[in-house]
Write a new protein. Structure first.
Length: 446
């Protein structure tokens, strides 16, 4: 493929850019998604209003007009289940803010912000006009909820099978030696100075799966079994994650994204009809959504959710990434520090963000094929990633990595100046972690 001379690249970007200023421009983005069954929509940070706003707008179009059945987020299963029950008109939660209140661990602004609140309110209203079996759901893909997922398993079994609950309680008591601290458990298990609970959590999951498989027909509590088994699966994978994280970040990252991919496929199968898997939208950071094989992280052995979806479901996946040049972001200066509004430094020379800024357009979309034609095959530049922690003073080392954007995503949306999300809760020092759970996105911030 012929590439444009380096000096003409910004002008070439301007020529291929598709403006996203007017409301009607969103239709072209939906059209470019095409027939994809799984649409993963990223974000360049966990605290930027425009990313959440546009992601929600695309998702509304996919659910209302393209038959998508669910939103799956980079969040934990029990907390997302509270939102799912609200948007589908179940339970006694009365407001979107109350539905999101389960996301009470650092960083609270990641899912408890005004943009997510508005989307949750819309989804409840949309579902109210649909038959119950056609209502879109809201699910969590992550694995940090070790103790809340154990509690959910025990609560379900206490109600439906007290003898099985006794066996499960005995197995999960394996974690008691670590004082309910998953980090302490992981460290001790990794060093061989504490007992590993790997056998117990696997045995619990296998027992529940066999019991569920032996059931004939679809009992009224079938959805309860679905959630209970998934919580048992979270416990199994969380145990492995905490035990692995002290052996190197790459292994724990890969385990986490593989768990996300497995969970996403499980949701699609559960919600599918007539032998066809359901259509699902994913909300996660660019680093999960993009294909890791096109990045320096991939070269070091890391994989990603987007990569796994492409490998498992060729021609059924669309990956959408975001970039920005400058603005503000809701973030923390370090783990467990209060959220604050921070100025995002202008993008570095030699980065994709700087290249898109030089196109002098406030907001635009480019396809991967168009970008490749403009910059040449396998063109590589710096790509910025801000998680929940932002360190401007070490931005190059902390927030940039080399990436081939035309291979990492199918569509790229650039918003030149962005603004911080508005948290639903006042900015204050976060409450202590319940049950010693780790914060969302630990340890990478993404």
């Amino acid at each position: 493929m012929v590439s444009v001379p380096v000096g003409e690249v910004p002008e070439a970007i301007t020529r291929i850019a598709r403006p996203l200023d007017a409301d009607g421009d969103l239709d072209q983005l939906l059209d470019l998604v095409g027939s994809a069954r799984i649409v993963l929509i990223g974000e360049a940070s966990h605290g930027t209003h425009e990313f959440y706003e546009l992601r929600a707008a695309v998702t509304r179009g996919l659910i209302a007009n393209r038959g998508f059945s669910a939103v799956a987020i980079e969040g934990d299963w029990p907390e997302a289940l509270r939102v799912d029950r609200y948007v589908r008109g179940l339970g006694d939660v009365e407001t979107p803010d109350e539905a999101l209140s389960g996301f009470d661990r650092f960083p609270t602004w990641m899912w408890r912000n005004a943009d997510v609140e508005a989307f949750v309110a819309w989804l409840r209203g949309h579902n109210a006009s649909c038959p119950s079996e056609q209502r879109a759901g809201f699910y969590g893909l992550d694995l940090y909820s070790l103790h809340s997922s154990m509690a959910a398993v025990l609560s379900f079994l206490d109600q439906h099978d007290p003898e099985a609950a006794t066996r499960a309680r005995a197995r999960y008591a394996c974690f008691d030696h670590a004082a309910a601290d998953p980090q302490l458990y992981g460290r001790q298990a990794h060093l061989g100075i504490g007992r590993s609970c790997e056998h117990e959590v696997l045995a619990q999951l296998v027992e529940m799966q066999r019991r569920h498989a032996a059931r004939s027909g679809r009992a009224p509590d079938g959805e309860g079994w679905f959630h209970a088994i998934q919580n048992a699966r979270v416990v199994k994978d969380a145990e492995a994650y905490y035990r692995t994280m002290f052996g190197g970040r790459g292994a724990s990252w890969n385990l986490r994204d593989t768990h996300m991919a497995d969970t996403l496929d499980m949701i699609a199968d559960q919600l599918g009809r007539g032998g066809q898997a359901a259509k699902i939208v994913v909300w996660a950071h660019n680093s999960h959504v993009g294909d890791a094989r096109a990045t320096a992280k991939g070269a070091s052995g890391q994989l990603s959710l987007g990569q796994l979806m492409r490998q498992r479901h060729p021609d059924e996946v669309a990956l959408i990434g975001f970039t920005t040049h400058t603005g503000t972001v809701e973030c923390a200066s370090d783990w467990e520090q209060p959220g604050k509004r921070e100025r995002v430094r202008p993008s570095l020379p030699g980065s994709w963000e700087e290249l898109f800024h030089e196109a002098h357009l406030p907001r635009f979309l480019v396809t991967a094929s168009e970008l490749e034609h403009a910059v040449g095959e396998r063109a590589e530049r710096l790509h910025r990633a801000i998680g929940v922690v932002y360190r401007p003073q070490s931005e190059r080392r902390s927030h940039y990595y080399d990436a081939r954007l035309a291979e990492q995503y199918d569509l790229i949306v650039h918003i030149d100046e962005t603004h911080a999300v508005r948290p639903l809760a006042p900015r204050a020092r976060p409450a202590p972690l319940g049950e010693h759970e780790l914060p969302e996105t630990y340890p990478s911030g993404i």
